[in-house]
Design a protein around this ligand. Structure first.
Ligand code: C2G
Length: 126
């Protein structure tokens, strides 16, 4: 049973987010998503347009996501990996190498971001 985890804000959910989550799900048997809280977004210098509950509602509609947990801090990943027996931490390439310190706890996979789409781009258009 290969368990995958990924983290993100997933604001104004778009195809890039979908492709990230789909690839994460396809890599294992179960997928956990750490969804950034509104408070943690502030720490990430991100002002999400949609509240945590709305962003969670979108993710809950995907049957390939087995569990959604709240991401409240940078430090919680080690605990999450241990508590959920995670085999793979899966992130987009904008995070490349940033989580290599977790290599002693699980495999780290970075995948190319989906080009030409991002929440900031959508915000500009809106
Ligand atoms: N992503 C992608 N392609 C895009 C946009 C985003 O592959 N066009 C990926 C990002 O690389 C990330 C995930 O989708 O892995 C979620 O992106 P965000 O919601 O922007 O998440 P972020 O703010 O990067 O939060 O502790 C980790 C952070 O919480 C990650």
């Amino acid at each position: 049973m290969k368990k995958v985890i990924t983290y993100g804000t997933f604001d104004y959910f778009h195809y890039g987010h979908f492709m990230l989550l789909k690839r994460a799900a396809d890599l294992g048997d179960s997928l956990i998503v750490g969804l950034s809280s509104d408070e943690f977004n502030t720490k990430k210098n991100k002002q999400s347009l949609l509240s945590f509950d709305k962003r969670k509602e979108v993710l809950e509609s995907f049957n390939f996501i087995d569990l959604i947990i709240t991401e409240n801090s940078w430090e919680q990943k080690i605990g999450d990996i241990k508590n959920h027996n995670i085999d793979i931490l899966f992130m987009g390439s904008d995070w490349s190498m940033k989580f290599d310190y977790l290599k002693k706890y699980c495999d780290i996979v970075y995948v190319p971001r989906t080009p030409k789409i991002s929440t900031s781009l959508i915000k500009k258009i809106l």
